[in-house]
Design a binder for this molecule. Structure first.
Ligand SMILES: [Zn+2]
Length: 463
């Protein structure tokens, strides 16, 4: 079963064929580390982590790079404002980034290269571009000569004249064409700087990804990914630099995730509607946030507000409860053969088909609900065997692991689960399913939960 992915470069879904049939080289543009990440930054972290997980599930050894931009104008300004050195600032926010995305189930990359560790290679790369006639120096700045690169604009697929019309030359820039961009920036007085053949300065933004990708993954990589907003100019410029310097195709598949809006509005400083990932994690269970993000296909825009996440929580709770209930039901299930093999195999195939189709997690989650439906029926089956329930749990675990949902079975019931079990017990009694009602009472007793039936309904307390 082949994997198909939508390639921004060709604007088609293509069958995935990595250069090495066993390995995938994947590069994701990482954050500029000078503040806490908002949910817009959390989205690429989550979706590309999920794609990585799926590729690994399919047996590939995934070399996954995500860089940290740890030098840049915004970083320098922020450090100046806070009166601290750049390194202290960036180290703090790299740690914060790792904490935030880690809480959201994002695994660390194979490697997290930093720009400040790559300066020598960047200088050499720029020198090579000058030598090949693709870059020029003006007053200590070095610019890329976009007119020299014949395929400029191939990723963003817009006429060059339109791109040129949209580009601006800032007052302090000395470039010859509005589309040219800085590879090296001369240092201003008192700024952090490195020595180079063009004087003291620091790298421009785009060059770092070209150099880090080549340094750690080689001249041609399989997948290059990032937010949709990076397509132009960032990724276009990465292609121009890498292909001009290396004489080889830079990346075979370009993946871009869609935007996040807050209450249907773009997140922006002026609207003051930034939602920080760390605030959200305090408010909601991080697995729910991840589940919410994955319930929309990664290329689609996603709207965020509390009502939508609460709506998503209903589905999420159904899944968690079902999983937990299968586990509880094990205690009273009978010995014997597995009874649901064919059904579970079919559900698993459906899930894989959806993931193969451009990593359609939205549809894969619909398949997860089918598993929930079947699991809930199996729990009610008086003859269900332990072996069958174990197969259900295995499949749940596989789906959770691909989606990066860290849902392990809890030995201790949380309040919401107790409430849920009581609702289920009332329903079971109403349906005269006394066996199930007794089972729930037993289960709660094991956990030292004391039930008290009152006229207003069942109350509980911990014993
Ligand atoms: Zn990049």
């Amino acid at each position: 079963m082949t994997i198909k992915m939508y390639n921004t470069l060709t604007r088609k879904k293509e069958i995935f064929q990595p250069i090495d049939p066993k390995q995938v080289k994947m590069y994701v543009c990482g954050p500029t580390v000078y503040n806490y990440i908002h949910i817009g930054n959390a989205r690429p972290a989550i979706v590309f982590d999920t794609i990585r997980r799926y590729l690994e599930y399919r047996g590939y050894d995934v070399k996954y790079l995500l860089n940290f931009t740890d030098i840049d104008d915004k970083i320098i300004n922020e450090a100046k404002q806070l009166n601290e050195d750049v390194e202290t600032l960036t180290n703090r926010f790299i740690t914060a980034y790792k904490e935030d995305v880690g809480a959201l189930g994002v695994r660390p990359a194979t490697h997290h290269p930093r720009v400040t560790e790559t300066i020598d290679e960047i200088i050499q790369f720029i020198a090579d571009l000058i030598e090949k006639g693709f870059a020029y120096q003006v007053n200590g700045d070095v610019y890329y000569k976009t007119r020299e690169f014949k395929n400029y604009g191939k990723l963003s697929a817009q006429p060059l004249d339109d791109l040129r019309a949209g580009a601006r030359i800032q007052v302090d820039e000395h470039k010859k064409d509005p589309l040219d961009f800085a590879l090296w920036k001369a240092a201003k007085q008192g700024e952090i700087a490195w020595s180079s053949p063009w004087g003291e300065g620091r790298p421009g933004w785009h060059i770092e990804c070209s150099v880090m990708a080549k340094k750690h993954l080689g001249a041609t990589i399989d997948i290059h990914a990032g937010g949709q907003d990076l397509t132009f100019p960032h990724h276009e410029n990465e292609i121009a630099q890498s292909e001009a310097r290396n004489g080889k195709k830079f990346a075979n598949y370009w993946l871009h995730n869609g935007y996040i809006t807050i209450d249907d509005e773009k997140m922006s400083k002026s609207l003051g509607n930034f939602v920080l990932a760390r605030d959200l994690i305090k408010q909601y269970r991080p697995e729910l946030i991840r589940f919410f993000m994955l319930s929309v296909h990664y290329r689609q825009p996603i709207n965020f507000n509390d009502a939508l996440i609460n709506q998503s929580k209903q589905g999420f709770d159904r899944i968690v409860n079902s999983y937990q209930n299968v586990h509880y039901r094990m205690g009273s299930a009978s010995e014997g053969d597995e009874q649901y093999q064919a059904k579970l195999l079919q559900i698993k195939d459906e899930f894989i088909n959806e993931m193969n189709d451009d990593f359609n997690t939205a549809n894969a989650i619909s398949v997860l609900y089918e598993l929930v439906k079947e699991a809930n029926l199996a729990i009610e089956n008086p003859e269900v065997t332990k072996a069958s329930l174990a197969s259900f749990l295995t499949l749940f675990d596989q789906f959770f692991s691909i989606l990066g949902l860290n849902l392990t079975l809890q030995d201790e019931l949380i309040d919401e689960e107790i409430d849920q079990l009581l609702v289920e017990r009332d329903e079971a009694r109403a349906a005269k399913n006394f066996a199930r009602a007794d089972e729930i009472r037993e289960l709660l007793k094991e956990q030292s939960i004391i039930l008290e039936d009152t006229a207003q309904g069942t109350r509980w307390k911990r014993g």
